[in-house]
Design a protein around this ligand. Sequence first.
Ligand code: SF4
Ligand code: ZN
Length: 337
Amino acid sequence: MLPLVSILDYHITNQAGLQSKESDIKLRNILKIMQCQKCENTAVYTRKYSGESLCSECFSNSILRKAAKTISKYKMIKNDELVVVGVSGGKDSLVLLSILKKMSETHNFRIIAVTIDEGIPGYRDEALDIVKSFCSKLDVEFRTYSYKELYDVTLSESLELRDEEKTTSCSICGIFRRRALDHAAEELGANVIATGHNLDDSLQTFLINTLSGDSNKIGWMSPGSDSKQIRKIKPLAEIYESEIVFYAFTNDLPFQSEPCPHMNEGIRTEIREFLNSIEDQHSGIKNNMYRSIIKISEVMKDSSFKEKRVCSNCGNQCTGKTCAVCNMITDLKKQRS
Ligand code: SF4
Ligand code: ZN
């Protein structure tokens, strides 16, 4: 059976020839159906913070425009570049992939999808299947890199070895994933790494860094490029998570809904719920906070500048004598022996 909105939508839009415009409006009023503010179709999404109501197509176009604006504001992608798109199989990365694929068809850049296999039994296997079939549908080249082949240890093995209280799954995973994506981009000759981080992710990360006293990291939060050779970009950084979910839903994108079994270990889930509850009461507060974070980040960037050095073990860039990945592997090996 068609959902109610679709049936009413069919009635109002497809039977329009049989009805006068006034009777359409009357029917919409009686049924409390709103019309899209950009076209004649029935609105399916209302942006509480702006009051805008949009149909599926106009909503999707608005998301494409937002992402394009962010890309151009921060000069994220240049002519003729190859962009590695980090695709986990979740909604954000699949939305990012589908948006960048659309843009690459009308602009002069290429994309390649890369999935990092952390070695989380069950969870990652399902995601890999989703990504593989989505990439083949979009006709996008797809590669995988695993922690096991890069570091000789899976995430699950690392968790068995870690010093229990000190290190969360996500902090080990994050350090390994960033390096794995760098490695993939270097090997594939890419200029840019794009990830699906959304506006909510930035707010959560800001609060996590603030609460843990890690103020240096606040200086690295700009969604645009940094001075490194391979640029890291976040084209969805100015879009609410809830809008990305709706984009995925209304465009039938096949994302993995099963969360990572380790996601509730850190404080992120509590912060997400906290921010959502304030947004519910004060629409638009996330946008305000995001703008403040970007300003704070710009100021912090200069004050938290640390001279880059080269890891004495692996030769990658770092700020200490050895890099975070080498330090992590050394610690895990100590536990193993
Ligand atoms: Fe890794 Fe944490 Fe993401 Fe799971 S939730 S994949 S452990 S970063
Ligand atoms: Zn190193």
